[in-house]
Design a protein around this ligand. Structure first.
Ligand SMILES: [Fe+2]
Ligand SMILES: [Fe+2]
Length: 372
């Protein structure tokens, strides 16, 4: 019996996401071979890219989260010179795996230009070329014929892309990879980090994960889960501004709210920065940030979840477990309970109620069943 093939899967993996993993899983089942991920060197001109080490580490975490026999090789990352060629990689692997059939997975866009690759003919003899199609990409029929390529009948990788992930606009990736990007301040998270102190960055991420979890447990769709996560990450970006600066900015962007207590300013400044600096265009995210401190009437589900998650963040140092449990079960009920507790707490401090919070209490606490 011949040995099972080794499937080589190259790419920049900047970062790896579930689309890559779904393709690898499908290839593993269909072609019946182990999959070896080969992250490529990043071109020097691509400054938005993560380092080779980070991309490699994220791949390792992603692979470890899978049940299939997936492996990661540093071979291309360690190669000398600016440009690496697939033929050199395949030759080197063939040296080590003489008896083993090799399969090289390539994208539909790469298949179109395959005839221009270095030693393309030899490459297609050393490894079977298998093309991963994309719905919007034409197939390179002449190359498929000339180089005896096989087209994988698979279109299920989804709409995820590394670009969307780098912008923090898609979370279709292993949790371990998300945690890595947050901890190492890569991409979107690197930019967010500039607006926060250490402890506030930690608080915002903790709120983001809790808000996303509440959305998930309440069976809200993926776009709402993402909105909850982003609202959490960005909600306090307006908080680390000097009093003087925030007053002058408030005069410009939200003059009608200047009479609010100054601790509430950061919700409007946050909304403004999210739009201006992070190109946030999801109204659900923006209005959640703009009401997370005071609450208001007419709050949407992202706003209610953010308001709740911010108050019950486990990192705040009080025992909020019953509220977390309540929100995970029913975010509407949980929100009302948190609102009621907040009113009582602020009442004890004898703090003046502002008009926004008052309207919020009136809408959600007078006709509700939050006491049940
Ligand atoms: Fe806040
Ligand atoms: Fe907060």
């Amino acid at each position: 019996m011949s040995e099972s093939p080794l499937i080589l899967y190259g790419g920049s993996f900047d970062p790896v996401h579930n689309g890559h993993l779904r393709i690898a899983s499908y290839a593993y089942r269909r072609l019946k071979g182990d999959v070896l991920f080969l992250p490529a060197k990043s071109p020097r001109w691509k400054s938005a890219s993560a380092s080779s080490k980070d991309r490699f580490m994220m791949l390792q975490l992603a692979v470890a989260s899978q049940e299939h026999p997936f492996f990661v090789s540093e071979m291309e990352l360690e190669r000398e010179g600016e440009v690496t060629y697939s033929i050199d990689t395949v030759k080197a692997i063939k040296e080590e795996e003489k008896e083993r059939p090799l399969i090289l997975l390539i994208g539909a866009d790469q298949a179109l230009r395959f005839h221009e690759w270095k030693e393309a003919k030899l490459l297609s003899r050393l490894a079977k070329i298998v093309v991963v199609p994309r719905p919007e990409q034409e197939l390179a029929t002449s190359n498929i014929e000339n180089f005896k390529m096989e087209v994988l009948p698979y279109y299920g990788s989804g709409s995820v892309s590394s670009t969307k992930i780098r912008e923090g606009k898609c979370l279709d990736l292993p949790e371990e990879v998300l945690i890595y990007m947050e901890a190492h301040e890569l991409y979107f998270w690197g930019k967010v980090r500039q607006y926060y102190s250490n402890s506030r960055y930690e608080h915002s991420l903790s709120v983001a994960h809790l808000a996303r979890q509440i959305a998930e447990y309440n069976r809200l769709d993926e776009s709402l889960q993402l909105a909850c996560y982003r609202a959490g990450v960005l909600h306090d970006i307006g908080k680390e501004m000097t009093q003087e600066k925030s007053v002058s900015l408030m005069k410009e962007i939200a003059p009608s709210y200047i009479s609010l207590p100054s601790y509430a300013y950061h919700q409007y400044i946050g909304e403004y920065l999210a739009k201006k600096e992070f190109q946030e265009d999801d109204e659900r995210v923006l209005s959640a940030i703009a009401t997370h401190c005071t609450g208001s009437k007419g709050m949407g589900c992202v706003a209610k979840i953010l308001y709740s998650a911010d108050k019950i963040d486990p990192g705040r140092g009080w025992d909020s477990r019953i509220y977390i449990k309540e929100c995970l079960k029913d975010y509407e009920k949980g929100f009302r309970k948190i609102l009621a507790a907040n009113r009582e707490y602020l009442g004890k401090l004898e703090e003046e109620e502002n008009a926004l919070s008052k309207a919020c209490y009136e809408e959600y606490l007078t006709k509700g069943d939050y006491n049940e």
